[in-house]
Design a binder for this molecule. Structure first.
Ligand code: EAX
Length: 382
């Protein structure tokens, strides 16, 4: 059981969001240290006017187990959930946390069966399948969401480079009113969006050479998600973006049809082992990539009110744990890749922010300017 793993993540703390709150505070080993640091940050940081409260758990710094994909054999209500990563990834460790809560809340009658590693298809296929009710659930990045439906087109704003300067600022936005409105964009599409989970800060990897400055990317073929904002960002950086689904990336890298790709370490190291063929890794954190946990509206409506309640409660509880697991993987993944022999390079982030600024003014991307302004009022960035 993974309860020990998630329980080790210490109790939740709700605090007034200070966008500048440091990662050091979150990484503090003991609860006391975390509380002290958080209190200091909250008191000292000049937080934006109406920053909502959020909950943050300390990062989970124990290596993930290769969990069993299927839930308890005794459960009668089994929800089939797909994604694009291995069982050791942050998505699937989060789904195991979700399963544990759901089994407990439902007295063992409900469970989650995980279908990892694109076994049910790529993210846009799974969105379609869930909206038609032929697949129960999925966890997906925001990659395919702006193109999914008219009512989710405004999700493009979440893919802007350097939009969220910290995890705390992302949680303040995504767990507040703005996040609720974005999730509600799925209403009527056949999908009920349950919660914002975390894909994480995306970093560039490649097989050719060390990349420290945006200029170093010139002429490189970099795989991006099938997302216009991400593609425009890599164009602005001077690379040649090539969009493809995650399931095709390993082979394309191996065959050399692309030089590199970008993802959080939870995906690069834990979810897809890309570091084995991508020795150069740049910690440039270009996008904070949110993820969404979602269920077919038909399937949700077919549950009793009590069962719906258990699922909603489990989704919320697992959200905080999944994020803590993801943040832990970003730290542990880096150390593990360095130990493996990869070159992990740090950057002067100001240089990268400058090089990607033009994306904010690209009218072809359909960015909702009002929504962007509301987000920036909370994050205090740009
Ligand atoms: O959603 O396609 C991607 O790069 C995503 O980050 C990954 O599949 C997890």
């Amino acid at each position: 059981s993974t309860t020990a793993r998630t329980a080790a993540a210490a109790p939740a703390e709700t605090q007034a969001a200070a966008p500048a709150a440091t990662e050091a505070a979150a990484a503090a080993e003991t609860q006391a240290a975390t509380e002290a640091a958080a209190a200091t940050e909250t008191a000292a940081a000049p937080a934006a006017a109406d920053v909502p409260a959020y909950t943050i758990l300390p990062p989970v710094l124990t290596e993930p187990k290769d969990e069993e994909p299927l839930g308890s054999a005794d459960a009668t209500v089994r929800l089939k959930c797909g994604d694009t990563n291995a069982m050791t990834s942050a998505y699937n460790q989060g789904l195991v946390a979700l399963r544990n809560h759901l089994e407990e809340l439902s007295g063992g009658t409900m469970t989650i069966d995980v279908y990892p590693s694109s076994s049910l298809g790529n993210e846009s296929d799974m969105l379609d399948a869930v909206s038609m009710g032929t697949q129960d659930m999925l966890v997906t990045s925001t990659g395919p969401i702006p193109a999914f439906a008219k009512s989710t087109a405004n999700w493009a704003v979440l893919d802007l480079p350097y939009l969220f300067p910290s995890y705390e600022s992302a949680y303040a936005v995504l767990d507040g009113e703005i996040g609720q409105q974005l999730l509600a964009g799925f209403d009527g599409t056949g999908i009920k969006a349950l919660a914002f989970w975390e894909n994480g800060y995306r970093c560039t990897t490649n097989s050719k050479k060390e990349i420290v400055h945006p200029d170093d990317l010139k002429g490189m073929k970099i795989r991006t998600m099938e997302n216009k904002v991400h593609m425009a960002t890599y164009s602005a950086l001077g690379a040649t973006p090539t969009a493809m689904a995650m399931g095709e990336v390993f082979t394309a890298l191996q065959q050399g049809t692309i030089d590199g790709q970008e993802n959080p370490y939870a995906i690069i190291y834990y979810g897809n082992k890309l570091h084995e063929i991508q020795p150069y890794i740049t910690q440039n954190d270009v996008f904070y990539s949110p993820a969404v946990l979602a269920i077919s509206e038909d399937v949700f409506n077919g549950l009793t009110a009590e069962q719906q309640g258990w699922l909603l409660e489990a989704s919320e509880l697992a959200k905080h744990e999944q994020r803590a697991i993801e943040r832990g993987m970003q730290q542990m993944g880096r150390k593990n890749m360095e130990a493996f022999g990869c070159t992990v390079s740090d950057v002067d982030q100001a240089e990268w922010i400058e090089a990607t600024k033009s994306v904010y003014d690209d009218a072809s991307l359909g960015i909702d300017a009002d929504l962007l302004a509301k987000i920036q009022a909370i994050t205090g960035a740009n």
